[in-house]
Each structure stands twice: as structure tokens, then as C-alpha cells.
Design a protein around this ligand. Structure first.
Ligand code: NAI
Length: 254
């Protein structure tokens, strides 16, 4: 048996996009899964297919957090691998970035990550093994115009990753962030919609503009992100710790 088979993973935002691909990959590698999402009609069939436990939960609902997490651990056991994937991205000029937009963005992209780490990492440390993989963004490593709330939230996730890596370095828990460039998901489709609406470009032109941000002139696929997440799980990856790993065709050079 490999060291990770039978480990329990929690993937947030697993109903579509990157989260779904991560769930499929971890299931293929033999992990036991709990999947959270808000879209019951997408999450439940996926969970059935993967033999996973589906938990319908809005991550911004702090009041239901403790009870929800307890019910997850009753269903699947203690969480060994936490994949903080759920996130939202809206764009606006700085002047139009009101408090509500900042708070909405931070509630999902930062507070939910903090809360899950605070609840799950100390028990992982006590058990002597754990993996935290935060799906941040290369917007956590560099700035993009018209996305100040999103960029600030993803920089916060990278900062949290580094702080926890320092705090838990000697416990057997690793904490890392994956920082993709534009990935071919609904989130990027919505970015294309916004470019079309604001600039009058065609969809093809808008998509090409996003592809052109990568030196590889393409969008990242969800399977590439899922592979990167998976690659941090095995025992042999234990030295990769506190990293913010860019997965963007070389767009943001370290
Ligand atoms: P998506 O929009 O296709 O999926 C996001 C997932 O997060 C969905 O399952 C959604 O239901 C869930 N989610 C959002 N708010 C939630 C809430 N309040 N409670 C529970 N679940 C919630 O997006 P995608 O592309 O799959 O993104 C996944 C992660 O990857 C996000 O954190 C995003 O910021 C990050 N990312 C995406 C990139 C892209 O170009 N698509 C690039 C870099 C990072």
C-alpha cells in the first residue's frame, strides 16, 4: 500500500472547474473524499461517481462551520489533505471596488481558507501528517489591473500559506499554494464575457488576449492544476513546503 492510499481529503468548490478535476484526480489516486460545494445538482452525481461524500455548504456561512465540519469528519474520518479551492473573482476599477465587493471576495477567498486551516491543521500536526494545498492564483504573486480585491485576496492566501509553513514546519504537515494563470473554466469564461462587454471585442479576441498573457500562448487546463495538487500529496513531496508554485506557462517568473 502506498503511504497516501486511504488518506482522507477535503476539496472545497468541487462541483465544477478546478475543484472537480482535483476531486477526480485524488479519487483516482485512492484517496477517500469529502467534497463541498453549493450546487447540489452538480455535486451529488459527482460524489456518487467517485464514491465520495458530498456536503452542500456555503463557505461564507461561518455560523454553520463547526457543525458542518463535524458532520464531514463523522462521515469520512479526520481530514489528512485539505484542498482550499473554492474562490470567486470579480473585476472592477479601484473606484468601483466598494466594501461589499472586498468583503464578498475575502469571505470566500481568505476567511474560509483561514477557518478551515485553523480547524484542521493543528489536528493534522498532532497526528504527524497532513497536506494543505491552497489553490491561489498567479494573482497572488503579481498584480492585474481592475482586480484589486481578487489580487489582494490571493496575496493574502499566499501569505497565509507561508506563515503556516513556518509555524508547522516540524510537524509532518506541509502547506503550499498552487498559483495558476488563466485556466479554462467557467471563471475564465466570465472574464471573457466582461472583456467583451467592456471593450466590444469578439469572444475570440478576448480569449486570445487572455491566452497571450502566458508565454506559452494558451490557457492552463484543469487537469494540469489537478496534477500539481496531487503531486504535493505523496511522501516524496514532503520537502516542498511553504511554496507558492506558479503554474502559468512562465508568465510570472520567480
Ligand atoms: P469556478 O468559478 O469554475 O469554480 C469555483 C468553485 O468555487 C465553484 O465550485 C463554486 O461553487 C465554489 N464557490 C464559490 N463561492 C463559494 C462559496 N461561497 N461557498 C462554497 N463554494 C463556493 O472557478 P475555477 O476556475 O474552478 O476556480 C477554482 C479556484 O482556482 C478559485 O480559487 C480561483 O480563484 C482559482 N483560480 C482560477 C483561475 C482561472 O483562470 N479559472 C486562475 C487562477 C486561480
Amino acid at each position: 500500500m502506498t503511504d497516501h492510499a486511504g488518506r482522507v481529503a477535503l476539496v472545497t468548490g468541487a462541483s465544477r472547474g478546478i475543484g472537480e478535476a482535483v476531486a477526480r484526480r485524488l479519487a483516482r489516486e485512492g484517496l477517500k473524499l469529502a467534497l463541498t460545494g453549493r450546487d447540489r445538482s452538480a455535486l451529488e452525481p459527482l460524489a456518487r461517481e467517485l464514491g465520495a461524500t458530498a456536503v452542500i455548504y456555503d463557505l461564507t456561512d461561518a455560523g454553520a462551520f463547526v457543525e458542518t465540519l463535524a458532520s464531514i469528519e463523522v462521515a469520512v474520518g479526520p481530514i489528512d489533505v485539505l484542498v482550499n479551492n473554492a474562490g470567486i473573482a470579480e473585476s472592477a476599477t479601484l473606484e468601483d471596488t466598494d466594501d461589499a465587493l472586498i468583503e464578498r471576495t475575502f469571505a470566500v477567498n481568505v476567511m474560509s481558507v483561514f477557518r478551515l486551516c485553523r480547524a484542521l491543521v493543528p489536528p493534522m500536526a498532532k497526528r504527524g501528517w497532513g497536506r494543505v494545498i491552497n489553490v491561489a492564483s498567479n494573482a497572488g504573486l503579481t498584480g492585474y489591473a481592475y482586480t484589486s480585491a481578487y489580487c489582494a485576496s490571493k496575496h493574502a492566501v499566499v501569505g497565509l500559506t507561508r506563515a503556516l509553513a513556518a509555524e508547522f514546519a516540524r510537524t509532518g504537515v506541509t502547506v503550499n499554494a498552487i498559483c495558476p494563470g488563466f485556466v479554462d473554466t467557467d471563471m475564465t469564461v466570465r472574464a471573457i464575457d466582461r472583456i467583451v462587454a467592456k471593450t466590444g471585442r469578439t469572444r475570440e479576441q478576448a480569449r486570445a488576449a487572455l491566452e497571450a498573457q502566458s508565454p506559452q500562448r494558451r490557457l492552463v487546463t484543469v487537469d494540469e492544476v489537478a496534477h500539481a495538487v496531487w503531486s504535493l500529496v505523496p511522501h516524496e513531496a514532503r520537502g516542498i513546503h511553504g511554496q507558492a508554485i506558479a503554474l502559468d506557462g512562465g508568465q510570472v517568473l520567480a
